[in-house]
Write a protein that binds this ligand. Structure first.
Ligand code: HDE
Length: 725
């Protein structure tokens, strides 16, 4: 039977039809060479005798191997590892027309086809999904007016203010050049050497060390355009805009210890999660949000809206939700689509424009340039995934791998031979014009004084975290700086942290066994190049007009739904089949995925002799790949599980990572033998009291479902309750 993902292939979405033309299905067809010649033997090369040497004449062998030799293209220098999916965007009816003439944002009857790609930044293509890292959040909109690329991240700020520092930042965070270690990790000397000399990175560093850097799922993270952009309406009036994506699945993360283990157990955890959700018809959805700021209000904030190390707090400018993106179809070919998709910040449509953010401006150069190296030709826009659905008509010709066969004699403009076509479009005909911004300035290499406050929003972020989230940041800093070998770098970092928050720095220093420096090293002055006054520190601590921003914390997010959550059921022969089935049906009805984990693969028999299919054995399964655990009763089942060290480990690890655990009456016996049993359940537990800790003993499925919807019970992380890893 076709699943919803397959049904979507038949959808009449213009871009999908376009891609369909290039999808070659092998069904019912003969194997051929690239020239269309039917191949008779694809298993034996042409030889001089059955045991003789292979002949150079074998053009079939040579074509196949030559193609294979050239199958890799350079991976992206950043954002190499990713996952992508097709879908659509549709604007809501609350018309944005007074702010923009971009029809895909204002016309609620349009479904604009999109392709989204999510990525980690630092690791190479074969690295792990669960690295502590920023996630790329890129969306290609195939609009009827041309391609618009949203090229953002899952964090709303960036490390640096000016694009000229980007190569240095990336060289510092990538594996160290002499030994190519460590892969996909910021926890090493060169990153912190750089960061500790660049105070402007402190705000983003707080985000990187927060739980946002280890999402539970790509489906459960926010997206941000980071820079301030412009929207332009029919009258040519501009409004500043910050873009947001708000996931309807909620915003959730995993624990750091868990992330490290997932990296070993299933490095494709995020990619697989996205793929499976779409295959199962659980289409992820995000609402597009905008923060709008009028031109008159450009200077009314205590930060500069052109500075990408700053957010505009939602308390100051609320986020209005203006439309929805749905991802409803997996790619057919990872390479042809997810690998070859080429995003560019400079792909915009009428109704939008840029600002002078110096980070944004540098990016406008970089993206086409990188595609030329990666995809090897200026014709990369002709690759099906990059092709516009709006007609592409111009005088560009030739180049490597040109696909379009242009007819006619003219490839220049102006011309009279072809009646002047293709001709320029008037604004009224949809022609793009740049916003006429008045610029009266001297040519200068310098940074605006309005970019000098590097600490107050780092403090705002830290203050906005719940206690649990703050502790995670402190632990992350202890971990990362613990991996830094050079003490002077740790010391410089402590100096910078002391300007963010006194408790933060003292706790980090305590964990590192160091004292907080009484006189932090003054950050260098980079504001005017080598001749800047070294005595004058570049950074000043300003004052944030708000002390706390609720929107920055994930603590309050509680999902009403447990859809797509992965639940492990630990069972063996003799399990109470009725209890298991009741729980399983309730969980499935609520949209969760349930897997039966047993000592061996195959089937087990319940206490009444009914066969139950086993999904995974303990050898393959791991608690870190699940959101919650349930242990049904059944004396024999419990006795069998008690002989499995892996079963105890499964439960204890789920407890350590603060996940809900449900157990029926007899199963509590099993728990008594676990570390959890000895540490938490010793004495006679008041079972109903434990629900507040996510331990659901002898309770109906609804109580377990409610606990799963709360995601994690972080209060279990108190140092005295911490479990062995
Ligand atoms: Fe990128 N970035 N970037 N970046 N970026 C690339 O383009 C670059 C920045 C972002 O899924 C590259 O095609 C410069 C900020 C995403 O294919 C490259 C600067 C933000 C993706 C490049 C930045 C991003 C990229 C590498 C500093 C968030 C992946 C491969 C001025 C707002 C898109 C490629 C995908 C990819 C350059 C900073 C987002 C080299 C020079 C800030 C999501 O062109």
């Amino acid at each position: 039977m076709e699943n919803k993902n397959q049904q979507n292939r038949k959808e009449t979405n213009k871009k999908l039809q376009d891609l369909e033309q290039d999808t070659s299905y092998a069904d019912g067809k003969f194997l051929t060479t690239n020239q269309g010649l039917k191949v008779n033997d694809d298993h034996n090369s042409l030889k001089a005798g059955e045991r003789g040497p292979t002949l150079l004449e074998d053009f079939i062998l040579r074509e196949k191997i030559t193609h294979f030799d050239h199958e890799r293209i350079p991976e992206r220098v950043v954002h190499a590892r990713g996952a992508g999916a097709h879908g659509y965007f549709q604007a809501y009816e609350n018309s944005m027309a007074q702010y923009t003439k971009a029809a895909f944002l204002t016309d609620s009857s349009r479904q604009t086809p999109i392709f989204a790609r999510f990525s980690t930044v630092g690791g190479s293509r074969g690295s792990t999904d669960l690295a502590r890292d920023v996630r790329g959040f890129a969306v290609k909109f195939y609009t009827e007016e041309g391609i618009y690329d949203f090229v953002g991240n899952n964090m709303p700020v960036f490390f640096i203010q000016d694009a000229i520092n980007f190569p240095d930042l990336i060289h510092a965070v990538k594996p160290e050049p002499h030994n190519e270690i460590p892969q996909a990790s910021s926890a090493h000397d060169t990153f912190y050497d750089f960061i500790s000399l660049m105070p402007e990175s402190m705000h983003m560093l707080m985000w990187l060390l927060s739980d946002r850097a280890i999402p539970r799922s790509l489906r459960m993270m926010e997206g941000f355009g980071v820079h301030t952009f412009r929207l332009i309406n029919e009258e040519g009036k501009a409004t500043f805009v910050k873009f947001h994506w708000k996931p309807l699945q909620g915003v959730f993360s995993v624990a750091w210890d868990e992330a490290q283990k997932i990296s070993g157990k299933n490095p494709d955890f995020h990619r697989q999660d996205l793929w499976e959700a779409i295959e199962n018809g659980d289409f992820p959805e995000w609402e597009l949000g905008v923060q709008l700021i009028s031109e008159e209000d450009e200077h009314k904030f205590d930060f500069d809206i052109l500075d990408s190390t700053k957010i505009v707090p939602e308390e100051l400018v609320p986020v209005q939700r203006i439309g929805k993106m749905v991802l409803n179809r997996n790619p057919d070919s990872y390479f042809a689509e997810t690998e070859q998709v080429a995003f560019h910040l400079g792909h915009i449509v009428p109704g939008m424009d840029f600002t002078n953010d110096p980070l944004l401006q540098g990016r406008l150069f970089s993206y086409t340039d990188t595609q030329l190296t990666r995809l090897g030709s200026p014709n990369f826009h002709e690759i099906p995934i990059n092709r516009s659905i709006a007609p592409v008509v111009n005088n560009q010709r030739d180049g490597h791998m040109r696909q379009v066969i242009n007819s006619g004699r003219t490839a220049y403009e102006p011309n009279k031979i072809a009646d002047g076509y293709p001709k320029q479009a008037k604004i009224s005909e949809g022609g793009f014009t740049s916003y006429q911004e008045r610029i009266d300035a001297k040519k200068i290499r310098a940074r605006s004084d309005s970019f000098r406050d590097h600490f107050s929003q780092a403090t705002l972020f830290f203050n906005s975290m719940s206690e649990v989230e703050q502790n995670h940041i402190i632990d992350a800093l202890r971990f990362e700086l613990g991996k830094v070998k050079l003490e002077e770098i740790r010391m410089r970092m402590l100096g910078l942290l002391s300007q963010i928050d006194a408790t933060l720095v003292s706790k980090v220093a305590e964990g590192l066994g160091m004292a907080v420096p009484s006189k932090p090293e003054s950050p260098m002055n980079f504001s005017h190049g080598a001749d800047a006054d070294p005595a004058q520190s570049e950074s000043v601590k300003g004052k944030s007009s708000i002390k706390k921003s609720e929107a920055l914390s994930m603590a309050k997010v509680v999902s009403k739904s447990i859809k797509t959550r992965q639940i492990a059921v630990l069972a063996a022969n003799g399990v109470d089949g009725d209890a298991l089935n009741t729980m399983k049906s309730a969980l499935k009805a609520a949209g969760a995925t349930v897997k039966i984990i047993a000592p061996k693969l195959g089937t087990i028999k319940d206490s009444k002799g009914n066969a139950i299919h086993v999904d995974e054995s303990f050898l393959v399964a791991a608690s870190v790949l699940f959101d919650a655990v349930y242990i049904p009763g059944g004396k024999d089942s419990i006795a069998a599980l008690e002989k499995e060290g892996d079963a105890f480990h499964f439960v204890d690890e789920a407890y350590r990572h603060c996940k809900p655990i449900a157990a029926d009456k007899e199963a509590i016996e099993l728990l008594k033998g676990s570390y959890l049993g000895k540490k938490v359940l010793s004495g006679t537990p008041d079972e109903s009291r434990l629900v507040s800790k996510g331990l659901v003993f002898n309770q109906p499925p609804a109580t377990f479902i409610d606990a799963i919807s709360k995601h994690r019970f972080w209060e279990r992380e108190k140092p005295e309750e911490k479990f062995p890893a």
